[in-house]
Design a protein around this ligand. Structure first.
Ligand code: AMP
Length: 411
């Protein structure tokens, strides 16, 4: 289970004590605060523990292992290969290599992607680089085995082995390949296994290859099918009028709106009240007794609209809301799922609407990746003018390097 107290503890990457090189890497890719899985896993990897991480793509699991490993490589360089990351497919291996490139752009850390489909010349280059030793190898199982079988890969000082999407690897029939790879590796390594699901075969594999692993589970249910999810592309200056236009004249007995800051919550409430809507706000400036009074009247349906800060979102325990509005895109993709889940009763439909400005698009794309589908995005009504185009890559990290940068010479 997700341990809430651990989530709250790590709100900044600084708290992990990363060296400056890793902090610069984080700056390069533009990550500001750790995701829940990062908050839970990073301390264990830094401490050298074995870890089982039950987490889907979209939760930030790649950085959860890459960042502490980069830190450990800088602090404690070894001769030969330091880390092997195994992924089931070339696509995932490419994604991992790309994130690695972003983080290690300014670091003296070498990496080598080793996955299928490369021509003879590349094969020869990979063979040469592997035999000389690189810090991190990102590989698909078959390709890695062919090199390990040649006995040219210096793995005797290996510190970390990561199996990413282990359940898919087993589905694709890689069990024997994985065991064979492991037979070449020293026992003193730490091993991290990530899997979206935990079927018995994964348990069995974990028992065989992990030592007293710490288990971290970020399992997440997807929004129920009955919930209508929509998004509007809107500039900040359009958002309050858009909200008013969606509510006015509609039969929506309870509307819960989340915004990112106290000052926004207060000004949205003021503006909507001025439009004649029945609305109250809730945030940390209010006394506890006032918060409870507001919540009670919202729960009793005496109050139609409640505007709350993101910070309070997890603490508000009210179900069966007719409409949930994310006035700002939630920073934490899991919060999105949690909030949207408030709207629908078992056989009823609820509506969840998110407003996306020009800077929030890659955050929203991350939510879509987590839930596994895209949400329909529309422009505000004509009277409000067009919102921004949807182009999530515009807001992506500044560095967009090609994976497979040639390994730098070892220090
Ligand atoms: P993953 O689950 O590792 O595939 O990550 C999903 C997406 O989340 C990737 O596009 C990452 O770049 C992004 N991501 C991971 N961690 C963070 C973070 N702490 N802040 C913002 N974005 C992140």
């Amino acid at each position: 289970m997700t341990n809430k107290s651990e989530l709250i503890e790590y709100t900044s990457f600084r708290q992990f004590g990363f060296n400056e090189g890793v902090m610069e890497g984080l700056d390069t890719v533009g990550f500001e605060k750790p995701t829940p899985i990062q908050a839970q896993i990073i301390p264990h990897v830094l401490a050298g523990h074995d870890v089982i991480g039950c987490a889907q793509t979209g939760t930030g699991k790649t950085a959860a292992y890459l960042l502490p490993i980069l830190h450990r490589i800088i602090e404690n360089p070894v001769k030969g290969i330091n880390t092997i990351i195994i992924a089931p497919t070339r696509e995932l291996a490419v994604q991992i290599a790309q994130q690695l490139e972003g983080f290690s752009y300014f670091l003296n850390i070498s990496s080598l992607p080793v996955y299928g489909g490369t021509d003879g010349m590349e094969w020869e280059q990979q063979r040469k680089a592997l035999s000389q030793g690189v810090d991190i190898v990102v590989a698909t199982p078959g390709k890695l085995i062919s090199f390990l079988n040649m006995d040219i890969v210096p793995v005797q000082n290996l510190q970390h082995l990561i199996l990413d999407e282990a359940d898919r690897m087993l589905d694709m029939g890689f069990f024997d390949d994985i065991m064979r790879i492991i037979s070449y590796l020293p026992e003193t390594r730490s091993t991290l296994l990530f899997s979206a699901t935990m079927p018995p075969r994964i348990r069995e594999l974990s028992k065989r290859i992990l030592k007293e692993p710490v288990e971290v589970n970020i399992s997440l249910s997807k929004p129920a099918a009955g919930i209508l999810q929509m998004a509007y592309l809107a500039y900040d200056k359009q958002k309050t009028r858009l909200l008013a236009s969606l509510i006015k004249g509609r039969d929506l007995p309870s509307v819960l709106v989340f915004a990112s800051t106290k000052s926004k919550v207060k000004s949205i409430t003021r503006e909507l009240a001025a439009e004649g809507l029945q609305v109250a706000d809730i945030h940390s400036d209010l006394e506890q007794s006032d918060r409870e009074r507001v919540l009670l009247s919202f729960r009793n349906r005496q109050l139609q609209m409640l505007i709350a800060t993101d910070v309070l979102s997890r603490g508000i325990d009210i179900e069966n809301i007719s409409l949930v509005v994310n006035y700002d895109v939630p920073r934490d993709a899991e919060d999105y799922v949690h909030r949207v889940g408030r709207t629908a009763r078992a056989e009823q439909t609820g509506i969840a609407i998110t407003f996306i400005n020009e800077h929030e698009q890659s955050e929203f794309a991350r939510i879509e990746k987590l839930i596994g589908y895209e949400i329909r995005k529309q422009m505000p009504p004509e009277s409000l003018g067009d919102g921004p185009e949807f182009n999530p890559s515009m807001n992506k990290p500044k560095f967009r390097g090609k994976p497979g940068r040639r390994p730098k010479p070892k220090k």
